[in-house]
Write a protein that binds this ligand. Sequence first.
Ligand SMILES: Cc1cc2nc3c(=O)[nH]c(=O)nc-3n(C[C@H](O)[C@H](O)[C@H](O)COP(=O)(O)OP(=O)(O)OC[C@H]3O[C@@H](n4cnc5c(N)ncnc54)[C@H](O)[C@@H]3O)c2cc1C
Length: 383
Amino acid sequence: MDFAPTPAEERLREEVRAFLRERLAPADARDDGWIVGFSREFSRALGERGWIGYTWPKRYGGSEGSYLERLIITEELLRAGAPVAAHWMADRQIGPALLAHGSEEQRRELLPRIVRGELVFCVGMSEPNAGSDLAALRTRAVADGDHYVVDGHKIWTTNAHEADYCYLVARTDPHAAKHRGLSELLVDMRTPGITVRPIIDMAGEHHFNEIFFEGVRVERRWLVGEENRGWYQIAAQLDYERSGIERLLSNARVLEDVRAHARETGLAEDPLWRDRLASVLTRVTIGRWLIYRVAWLLSQGIVPNKESALTKAFATELEQEIAELAAQALGPHALLLPGSPAARLAGRVARAVAFAPGYTIMGGTSTILRNILALRGLGLPAA
Ligand SMILES: Cc1cc2nc3c(=O)[nH]c(=O)nc-3n(C[C@H](O)[C@H](O)[C@H](O)COP(=O)(O)OP(=O)(O)OC[C@H]3O[C@@H](n4cnc5c(N)ncnc54)[C@H](O)[C@@H]3O)c2cc1C
């Protein structure tokens, strides 16, 4: 495989950098910008450039670009801390799910608006008693004429408080085996009967929520794909969700700024620090190539599964280590001295430490990903 970028790919990278220099004010840059950096305006600006839905067919507003080019765009956005949360889920997984399973009506109605950066989606999968064991979910959608009536409770739903639509997984056949009775529905978040309640995370931020559905009527035309086949459709969506460069670069800016801090303070000369930093940077490079490999697989028409599990487990555990490394560099300043000269960075490092446990939980825990690797990667027998 030739890893060298083509001249066109290099030009695209430069184009994204120039756009960021012009459009991203330093004060708007965010660590974890794909989760907490929410700006509809910024998403619309990206939409105008054709950088949302970049690989999708032109007939739905997409650019029909390559997966590698899409990766170059997302890599530059995340490195800069661009506030991309408003379109992230729609671009990453909802669009591909609709292209794979959605009706023509759903695609024509939603994809062009996603591409323009106008639509915010949340993903309603997890419930209080159904996270890793997603097939245990209890939210139900009962057919009633040309509607489904939805009742249930979702939790940890990122940006539900901002979303226009929820991509909801609900039980449509309570009598079938638990994996066989699930369906996917697109639910307009303005529908009566929906209540969103915020959850504040350990860093004091509001990005995820609970959603309560009480007698919510959803037209049957918003069923995605086949009734009761939801489980099989979700699998590919999770593969998209797990394999992007956001799983490596969430706190990349913290790492860069801590390295600069280490140079300024002389820590950079400490052999123990240098050893640990070298180890982290080596693995960042490995993680980056794992993610580029996923993009290459996608470009061959292969939806990565075990590769996606491997990439997410490897890269998110590294993100946690980056938060730890940052805390080590700042020492007690990281948590205790907001008035110190390193105050701005200290606050960000404290936030990084508080947020880091989430990296290996969201989108599937590392344990579950190792299970996937064992079963589908190594072919080990199920217990
Ligand atoms: C920041 C953040 C954002 C999120 N955003 C969303 C969102 O937008 N939409 C959404 O639907 N969900 C979202 N989630 C929820 C996330 O998908 C779940 O938290 C995750 O799947 C784990 O489920 P759980 O929390 O119920 O933990 P559990 O499934 O109860 O797991 C608890 C522990 O048991 C382990 N465990 C569970 N089952 C097994 C097993 N079979 N073998 C070995 N170990 C096991 C797990 O690894 C974990 O350590 C988000 C979570 C976070 C942290």
